[in-house]
Design a protein around this ligand. Structure first.
Ligand SMILES: [Zn+2]
Length: 393
């Protein structure tokens, strides 16, 4: 049976050698890499090399952009050029967004229908005197070096000039005033090697979801397509770590091991930092995650799943399997006070009746009327005055 993924989390340790994926600027001819302070598993502060989550999310969106263009997925005019201002820079869209006609909820609907990148990457609409947020589907943490297992050094480089005669040097010095930088020059670049901890989370069930209307703005097919392209892009992000200085300092990705957790309901896919355990207990985060998954599922259906991977190819294979079996789930929203126990309502997506009932543990459940489809389990959470239900579409 095909399963659907409502949310997915990935935690991994990656061994990267001689990379300079994220730098924060330069002083003179010295480029400086990102260093951050973190608390290690020993409870002590450590200064470690890091790559910001912005970098990874940007890489994810680059991959998603390529995928979306190849599959002719709807993108706003701005995102068609991969402009990071996203829909805020789409003048035609804002011409259509007439303040008097469109409420904020209508605006979000139109935005979700117009652009897949604004949908999955999120945006704060500030254009047109509006302030409408779209929360991102994808979330990345900083990629952090494991204390004691990461090292950064600075390396000397030269831009070599073939002609160094007195006339040429004088000419180059003159050019220096205009910023042309024509002469021979030396500079220092950082490179880091070590074990890095990565965390990310995707809320696939929210793709195309209007948080104001509490309903989907796009068709199930479109949501399914965006979700699978996003998962594909995520796989590419981990395998091809884009970032700064790749033309001469392409990182050596030597190893990747970690875990993928998925949830087919509103129970979140658990995420634990791979920093846990440090050098001494490298699998502590996976062991804890396994216990959490057991606790979350209890004696009921297996909503949350954990799988581990020990190599880069293992990761790619598991992601491919997830991609092949994933299918978006649809949320149904009903006003709980109008829904009586035993009443039925029709859903377009399933084409069948759903029965509202109360089970022995007194939690509300939704089941297909014929008891099949294998989805029936109480996915319920309170959302203001409404109750939300997820089921297989
Ligand atoms: Zn866009």
């Amino acid at each position: 049976m095909r399963t659907s993924i409502a949310s997915i989390s990935i935690a991994a340790r990656a061994v990267l050698n001689m990379h300079s994926l994220n730098n924060e600027g330069g002083e003179g001819n010295q480029i400086q890499t990102r260093m951050v302070d973190i608390i290690g598993h020993d409870g002590e502060l450590h200064n470690v090399n890091a790559i910001s989550g912005d970098m990874l999310k940007h890489v994810l969106m680059e991959h998603f952009y390529q995928q979306a263009r190849a599959r002719h997925v709807s993108l706003c005019e701005s995102c068609q050029r991969f402009n990071t201002n996203r829909i805020n820079a789409d003048k035609d869209f804002f011409k259509r967004a007439d303040d008097k006609k469109w409420s904020d909820a209508d605006f979000i609907d139109q935005m979700l229908q117009t652009c897949a990148i604004d949908d999955v990457a999120g945006i704060l609409i500030t254009e047109g005197k509006r302030s409408v947020p779209r929360k991102s589907i994808s979330e990345f943490g900083w990629v952090l070096g494991l204390p004691g297992k990461v090292s950064t050094d600075s390396y000397f480089h030269v831009k070599y000039a073939t002609e160094r005669g007195a006339d040429k040097r004088a000419e180059d010095a003159e050019g220096q005033k205009s910023g042309a930088n024509l002469g021979q020059s030396i500079f220092h670049r950082p490179a880091s090697s070590g074990v890095y901890a990565l965390v990310c989370h995707l809320e696939l069930a929210r793709i195309g979801y209007n948080d104001i209307k509490q309903d989907y703005a796009i068709s199930d097919e479109e949501r399914q397509l965006r979700a699978s392209l996003l998962l594909e892009s995520l796989m590419h992000t981990f395998i091809e770590l884009n970032g700064a200085m790749r033309s001469t300092q392409l990182p050596h990705l030597v190893a990747l091991e970690g875990m993928i957790t998925t949830s087919t309901g509103v129970t979140p896919a658990p995420l634990i930092s791979p920093l846990m355990g440090g050098e001494d207990h490298p699998y502590a985060y996976r062991e804890q995650a396994a216990d959490i998954v057991t606790a979350l599922n209890g004696n009921g259906e297996e909503i949350v799943k954990l799988q581990t991977f020990d190599t880069i190819s293992d990761f790619a294979t598991q992601m491919r399997t997830l991609l092949d079996v994933s299918r978006q789930r649809k949320a149904v929203y009903v006003d709980c006070c109008t829904l009586l126990i035993g009443s039925t309502f029709l859903t377009e997506a399933s084409g069948g009746n759903l029965v509202w009932r109360q089970d022995s543990s007194c939690s509300h459940t939704i089941r297909y009327q014929d008891g099949t489809a294998g989805c029936s389990y109480p996915y319920i959470w309170s959302c203001g005055r409404r109750k939300s239900f997820f089921f297989l579409a």
